[in-house]
Design a protein around this ligand. Structure first.
Ligand code: NAD
Ligand code: DGY
Length: 321
């Protein structure tokens, strides 16, 4: 008998076929109020689950007595309680590296669109306001030859540094848990303290995982250290930033603007202050959301699932420190 698994996100047929070759799949295109109770029922038998964002904690694991592996289709795994997983003897995997370039492209989209005010000007043109030469009040700021500060110079951070250095002649500062030789040697990145990075950067880009140490890493004090002309970019997780402090910094022009792919609450509340601010560019957590990359992430998660349930070490096993 094939081991039972649950896929709880929409995946390409090729991914589903690959899993079904060796495993007995229950498939939910999404989890919502209708499908979640059925998912919980199936979880009692499931040996593996594949999907994203689901909070996997003591409570969920308590309802999954046969579970052996949880395959996240994301590189970030702050939705997983690693110590609870270890306690229950359940493996977990993620999808690193294959999304680096796609996410770095998204981050550059945010940098460019906030610096050159693309969404604002798009609306200005489309609402018929372009009737004469552009007035100075609509000008943006340059990106090229500016200073980019990257907090979290890991896999994605390094791909951002590559674009900044090779494509935009930017000077790169970074702050990280350890030195990143590749970024230093290939992209001339300079390691510095968090405070020096905040004081000197024209663009501050946050790309750390969400952990107890990085929760609200950037708050009132940090925004006050930034230049009044700085643009803040968040591609990590919403909770790495104190959103109230960011709102204050933006409203009081303590910083020039922000480009955000992630929020404390996703989807964002419809009356959230960011949505009424011209100097904020918002994206709906689309860092890796291209057809090509999402397909590769799903297939990578599927390979992990199959390997884990065939008694192999899954290629992207998350190590519990
Ligand atoms: N917006 C998106 O769609 C999207 C896409 C991919 C990744 N992400 C987020 O970005 C994170 C990073 O992804 P990655 O693949 O580059 O991970 P990574 O592990 O390769 O890099 C993260 C870096 O952050 C550093 N770091 C961790 N804690 C730190 C701290 N307290 N201070 C300074 N640096 C610290 C680490 O040293 C590491 O170099 C993910 O965990 C995820 O949350 C978001
Ligand atoms: O961590 C990731 O891979 C992205 O944020 C998608 O969830």
């Amino acid at each position: 008998m094939k081991p039972k698994v649950i896929v709880y996100k929409k995946v390409d047929k090729k991914v589903l076929d690959f899993i079904q070759d060796t495993l007995d799949v229950t498939y939910f295109e999404k989890l919502d109020s209708q499908t979640y109770p059925v998912f919980l029922e199936e979880l009692k038998e499931a040996q593996g689950i594949l999907g994203s964002k689901l909070k996997v904690d003591q409570e969920l694991l308590g309802q999954a007595p046969n579970l052996k592996i949880v395959c996240n289709t994301s590189v970030g795994y702050d939705n997983l309680d690693l110590s609870a997983l270890a306690e229950h003897g359940v493996m977990a995997t993620n999808t690193p590296d294959i999304l680096n370039d796609t996410v770095a492209d998204t981050i550059f989209g945010l940098i460019l669109s906030s610096a050159r005010r693309v969404p604002e000007l798009d609306q200005w043109v489309k609402t018929g306001q372009w009737k004469s030469d552009l007035e100075e009040k609509w000008f943006g700021v340059d990106v090229h030859h500016k200073v980019l500060g990257i907090i979290g110079m890991g896999r994605v951070g390094t791909a951002i540094a590559k674009r900044a250095y090779c494509g935009f002649d930017m000077e790169i500062l970074y702050h990280n848990r350890s030195r990143n030789e590749e970024a230093e040697q290939k992209y001339n990145a300079t390691y510095c303290s968090l405070d020096d990075l905040l004081k000197q950067s024209d663009f501050v880009c946050l790309m750390t995982p969400l952990t107890p140490e990085t929760e609200k890493l950037i708050g009132k004090r940090e925004f006050e250290l930034m230049k009044e002309t700085a643009i803040f970019i968040n591609g990590s997780r919403g909770k790495t930033v104190d959103e109230q402090a960011l709102i204050h910094a933006l409203k009081t022009r303590g910083i020039l603007g922000a480009g955000l792919d992630v929020f404390v609450q996703e989807p964002i509340e419809k009356d959230h202050p960011f949505l009424a601010m011209d100097n904020v560019v918002t994206l709906p957590h689309i860092g890796s959301a291209t057809y090509e990359t999402r397909f590769k992430m799903d297939m990578m998660a599927a390979v992990n699932l199959v390997a884990g349930l065939q008694g192999e070490v899954p290629p992207n096993l998350i190590k519990v420190k």
